[in-house]
Design a binder for this molecule. Structure first.
Ligand code: KIV
Ligand code: ZN
Length: 512
């Protein structure tokens, strides 16, 4: 009989730590609902002590999610653990994930603690957490660079205190698959009570090996939980990608002999939702969810595919949610059909006013674009969300003129705190001119560190989706905007980023 591999998704916590990927409560809730449809076993919803916003988001997720376990991260201290416990209280299944660093460099230079102090704090944290919640995960941060004897002592002690899952992170992405797999194996062999906990892997992708390392931790080491994120989102080079690890275990069941409970047909929808919400675009050649992942372009491949699919195809595109772009709604669709489609896409709007507002935007879009796809609706909803929760700056209208040999000029009408203002500017292109006009009104002084345009549904009739990343006073935010006119999409993305810069509260770094 094969074992079950637990899929622990940390898109909303470790993924969100990626600069610019921070999400609002409503955005997190929408993604959590999609993760539940995907049937992930555990949703790490955030880090309750990092900000009031994150605390509220975890609380909302704990109440909304019925099937998956809802988890909050916490450092190994009473205050963090209390906040984590309060945030997940009320969940059908609740988990506290507490961590402390165990590597010499982290203990000496970051924590300024001796190994004995770290050991005591780890025990005390698990004991304290156990009073509130039965399901306790303990992570030894930077475990892979920790001294093995010491790590074994810490793990044995926290299992004695009641930790039910032991996570062994490769925090800095330094591991090599075979070495990491054997490391987990040795730890499990050396810790006397290792059989009383589930072992978990958590790998970062700095050397591009997060998925390979996680799989080695499972196959060689015997870990039965993998921590991962949608699209591999995460700080620096990201985390282990959920879709890759799940499809590897599914496709090579002959080798892994493990069950995963994931509904793989929901993978693509989750990928698109995360990318549209955070503005982190998926590269076209990304495995499983990239636009080219199932495109067999070369003549030899196409010929083979026409003769028999399995000549070149190891997975079926439909199994991970790829279908031919479906036209879902049009100009004549009514409010009820629209509301139903929103529900099918997992978008639950809290008030009828919100539904009406989004429906009005949908009608405007349908007047300009004959075919409306799911991606268009999701883009509309993201925009609506941004507009509701960060409303300092609003888009009203834009006109621009560009002609070969002439300096482009744009006039933008926008609102600042509800008051309408207009500005005109020149630029080296219509986008540049429009953003300069906005900046003339806002005077943010923010530096643009990324600008990218993506066609939402492939053809030139598609909406353009623009991501703008701004940096100001050490903070980085992403803004996303969509419109059939890419200049307007750019202006919306820029305004959305400015709104985030205005409202983003200071957060405590999980690994600072
Ligand atoms: O990478 C890491 O070590 C972490 C821990 C907090 C689990 O994210
Ligand atoms: Zn991590």
């Amino acid at each position: 009989m094969s074992d079950k591999l637990i899929i622990f998704d940390t898109t909303l916590r470790d993924g969100e730590q990626s600069p610019g990927a921070s999400m609002t409560r409503d955005e997190k809730l929408r993604i959590a609902r999609q993760l539940e449809r995907l049937k992930v076993d555990v949703i790490e919803a955030g880090f309750a002590a990092s900000s009031n916003g994150d605390f509220e988001a975890i609380k909302a997720i704990a109440h909304a999610i019925k099937d998956s376990t809802v988890c909050s991260l916490s450092r190994a201290n009473d205050r963090d653990i209390t906040l984590a416990a309060d945030a997940v209280q009320g969940a059908n299944r609740a988990r506290i994930h507490t961590f402390i660093a165990t590597s010499p460099v982290h203990m000496e230079k970051k924590l300024r603690m001796t190994p004995e102090q770290v050991l005591e704090q780890a025990k005390q944290a698990v004991r304290f957490a156990r009073n509130r919640v039965a399901d306790i995960e303990f992570s030894a941060e930077d475990a892979y660079r920790s001294e093995e004897d010491f790590l074994c002592r810490v793990i044995e002690a926290v299992i004695k205190e009641g930790a039910t899952t032991i996570n062994v992170p490769d925090t800095v992405g330094y591991a090599i698959p075979e070495l990491y797999g054997n490391f987990i194996k040795r730890l499990r062999e050396r810790v006397p009570n290792s059989d009383q906990a589930i072992w978990s892997v958590h790998c970062h992708n700095d050397l591009g090996m997060a998925v390979a390392n996680s799989l080695a931790g499972v196959k060689i080491g015997g870990a039965r939980q993998v921590e991962c994120t949608i699209n591999g989102l995460g700080e620096r080079a990201g985390n282990c990608s959920l879709e890759e690890v799940v499809m590897a275990v599914r496709t090579r069941r002959d080798y892994f002999d493990l069950d995963v409970g994931i509904d793989t047909t929901q993978i693509l929808a989750a990928s698109r939702m995360v990318s549209q919400t955070t503005g982190f675009v998926v590269q076209p050649n990304k495995a499983i969810v990239g636009a080219n992942a199932f495109a067999h372009a070369s003549g030899i491949h196409q010929d083979g595919m026409m003769k028999a699919r399995d000549t070149y195809e190891i997975m079926r595109a439909e199994d991970v949610g790829w279908t031919a772009n479906k036209i879902v709604l049009g100009k004549l669709s009514g409010r009820n059909a629209f509301k139903q489609r929103l529900a099918e896409l997992g978008v639950l709007m809290e008030s009828e006013v919100d539904v009406n507002l989004t429906f009005a935007k949908f009608k405007e879009l349908a007047d300009r674009k004959s075919e409306i796809f799911d991606e268009d609706i999701l883009a509309l909803v993201s925009e609506e969300n941004v507009a509701q929760s960060h409303d300092q700056f609003g888009f009203v209208s834009l006109s621009q003129h560009s002609e070969t040999g002439e300096m482009p000029q744009a006039t933008v009408v926008m609102t600042i705190g509800g008051k309408e203002v207009t500005a005109t500017a020149n630029g080296n292109g219509p986008v540049d001119a429009s953003l300069k006009a906005i900046e003339a009104n806002v005077k943010s002084g923010a530096e643009m560190v990324l600008y990218s345009v993506n066609a939402i549904s492939g053809s030139t009739e598609s909406q353009g989706e623009v991501t703008v990343r701004l940096q100001s006073n050490g903070r980085i935010v992403n803004g996303v905007g969509a419109d059939p006119d890419i200049v307007v999409a750019s202006a919306k993305a820029y305004l959305s980023a400015l709104n985030k810069l205005q409202s983003q509260a200071e957060r405590v770094a999980a690994q600072g």
